[in-house]
Design a protein around this ligand. Structure first.
Ligand code: TRP
Ligand code: SF4
Length: 331
């Protein structure tokens, strides 16, 4: 048995990944995979809680997300990568955990509460949506994960996981470690319009965007909104482009922009040209890796199958212990 701590995290498969995911979640995963025993999975069942009317989106996104992960360097040799729905044991544990989870714990979950006040109080949340955090708890503890990297929005879910885990251990014996959240810093990269980068705002730069798409999107980016004309001074700190420069441009270029923009010695069109070139160069290795895997779908399928095999072995063993603890059909 490895003594490294176990890390687990998942992503809902509701669309392809963008630079917000890359510079928030994925750079974090890239570090974690070197240090810990990592399990990363595509949460396709969780995706259905909101996308149950669009199952084809979930299906497509599941493969897309795998290719996105591989393209940025998430490494199936270092981390176990798998698809939630391929490990049926999550569903069995979810069912058992649902027996011991008091309804008020779920009713006060912020995600659920928000869904109830949306649409003028016409909440139409499903049973599965209410139980979302119970499935998430099962995802986490079935691997006896110690650490769960998440964005701050997911904190209530991990807190709930901790409560459910303690309750299980209290009722049936110490089967599970109580996992701890690790907060992922939110990405500084906003969308083209300056709002949070998101598929639903239609303002995202995707990892899969080619040069032509990048060009179109960079030209459409809002800059410093105070800078109405070319001769007006600008402020990189107020500019939506600048975080991308800090990630993709070199220090000399950044320094030049910081000095020239406030004196109106550089225009936004030229500044965007610099960014575009650096984005294209910076993403070239990612695009190259993506092409490699896109040309080898059988290899991606092998990676998915191998990950499922590794994940399943752990989940099956945990469920053996769980069934024994709850005295249900020991096998
Ligand atoms: N709820 C998470 C999200 O929307 C995805 C997720 C599902 C997850 N199961 C998980 C994250 C387990 C961490 C651990 O981002
Ligand atoms: Fe932003 Fe560059 Fe325009 Fe300055 S010159 S406002 S940093 S795009």
């Amino acid at each position: 048995m490895s003594a490294r701590k176990r890390v687990l995290s998942g992503m809902r498969t509701t669309g392809k990944l963008h630079l917000g995911h890359y510079h928030g979640v994925l750079t974090n995963w890239l570090k974690l995979q070197q240090e810990y025993d990592c399990y990363f999975f595509a949460a396709d069942w969780h995706a259905l809680t909101s996308e149950y009317q669009n199952p084809e989106i979930v299906k497509e996104s599941t493969l897309d997300i795998f290719i996105d992960w591989l393209s940025v360097g998430i490494d199936p040799e270092q981390a176990t990568l798998f698809i939630q729905s391929q490990i049926k044991e999550h569903a069995e544990l979810h069912l058992l955990l649902s027996m011991i989870t008091p309804l008020p714990w779920l009713l006060r979950n912020p995600t659920y509460k928000d869904s109830q006040t949306e649409n003028g109080g016409e909440g139409d949340a499903t049973y599965g949506f209410l139980g979302y955090p119970v499935l998430q708890a099962a995802d986490i503890i079935i691997y006896k994960a110690n650490l769960v990297p998440i964005g701050v929005d997911q904190l209530p879910h991990v807190e709930l996981t901790r409560e459910i885990t303690r309750r299980f251990n209290h009722l049936y014996g110490e089967v599970f470690p109580v996992p701890e959240p690790i907060l992922t810093e939110t990405s500084k990269v906003n969308g083209l319009d300056g709002r949070k980068m998101s598929k639903s705002y239609n303002n995202a730069i995707y990892l899969s965007d080619d040069e032509a798409a990048l060009k179109k999107k960079v030209s459409a980016m809002v800059t410093d909104v105070q800078r109405a004309r070319r001769k007006d001074p600008g402020d990189p700190k107020q500019c939506n482009l600048f975080p991308l420069h800090t990630l993709y441009s070199n220090p000399a270029e950044i320094e030049e922009i910081c000095s020239a923009c406030p004196k109106a010695e550089i225009g936004c069109v030229d500044c965007k040209k610099i960014l575009l070139r650096n984005l294209v160069d910076g993403l070239a290795p990612v695009h190259e890796k993506r092409r490699y895997y896109e040309e080898r779908p059988e290899m991606v399928q092998e990676i998915i199958a191998a990950g499922a095999g590794k994940a399943r072995a752990v989940a099956v063993e945990t469920m053996r212990q769980v069934r024994k603890a709850v005295k249900i059909s020991s096998d």
